[in-house]
Design a protein around this ligand. Sequence first.
Ligand SMILES: Cc1cc2nc3c(=O)[nH]c(=O)nc-3n(C[C@H](O)[C@H](O)[C@H](O)COP(=O)(O)OP(=O)(O)OC[C@H]3O[C@@H](n4cnc5c(N)ncnc54)[C@H](O)[C@@H]3O)c2cc1C
Length: 385
Amino acid sequence: MSIAKLDHRWSDEQRALQETATRFVEREAAPHLQEWEDAGEIPRSLHLAAAKAGLLGVGFDDSVGGQGGSLLDTVALQEAFFAAGGSSGLAAGLFTGGIALPHIAAHGSPALVDRFVRPTLAGEKIGAFAVTEPSGGSDVASIRTTAVLDGDAFVVNGEKTFITSGVRADFVTTAVRTGGPGHSGISLLVIEKGTPGFVVDRQLHKMGWHCSDTASLSFTDVRVPAGNLVGSQDSGFVQIAEQFVVERIALAVHAYGIAARSLQLTAAHCRDRSTFGKPLMANQVVRHKLVEMHRQVDVARLYARAVAARHDAGESTIAEACLAKQTAVEACAYVVDQAVQLHGGSGYLHGTEVERHYRDSRILPIGGGATEVLTDLSAKLLGYA
Ligand SMILES: Cc1cc2nc3c(=O)[nH]c(=O)nc-3n(C[C@H](O)[C@H](O)[C@H](O)COP(=O)(O)OP(=O)(O)OC[C@H]3O[C@@H](n4cnc5c(N)ncnc54)[C@H](O)[C@@H]3O)c2cc1C
């Protein structure tokens, strides 16, 4: 693929989407972000406001209540979201529908779509997606939570942990074992808050993503209507795998998005701040650091956009999406570290934006597939086995 193709231009529609995202973050979110960080969650009203602005349904077909749009459209939206000061934690909490809904939208019955997908895209409900268990998250095929059919209901027993939006969620799209061991025995079930035996055990306190509530959940003899099964029984792993590219590109945008924002804030700081009688920017070593930050962000951004475009064109990009995420999280780790360094002591203070990006970034090489696991998968897919 030529460089010219990599450096595509946004369409008028994508630019309009970006303007909407920018206005939304500047008016509705950024002024309250610290308050939500301290509260440990974002308000439900923000979901309604985001839906009203036209941000929640992008990437979902209009037949399920979305606004349509490609993966590249969601990339355009998210880039603007972070450039305007949206945080990675804010995106995780506000756009959890992006991981809770796609399986229902693609394989769920019309009744499930009406009960869960439409109201969530309208900002009226909050969903979560639960795969990870206390015994481990990387090895999805080993989940232990069981769902046994008993008459017209599945009886669910088990535990989930690290579940984004799990405290606030009205429903949880949950990976359960309905069949034998391994990946072929997994199904997806929608479990509603309030179902007897389903308990939010505790809210987890984290290094970053403070405004994104994260929960441990437990299920004790929870009777879930058989109609809440998403797609066919034992097809859960395939359904989860179908969403890997979209999830990994989304996390790549988190990484280079907050890195780009940190670079912008750091460049401004280096113009304003003087040491030894001259602005920081007047030092060649500082300028070189900023250029290196710029280079790493640009490489990550162009690569992720190119992979998203290839996905939209129908190519299989599973390995490339892993590598796009890895490229972006490595760029981000370097950039947010240098951003804190060049801010000096103020960069270490709670409440400084680069300090938040530094903490928020640490989950990105772990969540949505740890770097080692994704590299292993890439090795298999690229034939280095
Ligand atoms: C803030 C937050 C939000 C999250 N949100 C969700 C959510 O909404 N839904 C959900 O289901 N999960 C969620 N997770 C869980 C996340 O996906 C897991 O943490 C991740 O998959 C890793 O699983 P684990 O923590 O059990 O680590 P483990 O699987 O125990 O792995 C630990 C570490 O070992 C290394 N490692 C693992 N396997 C290998 C290997 N084969 N080769 C080499 N090294 C390896 C990696 O460095 C890895 O980080 C979230 C986690 C956090 C912290």
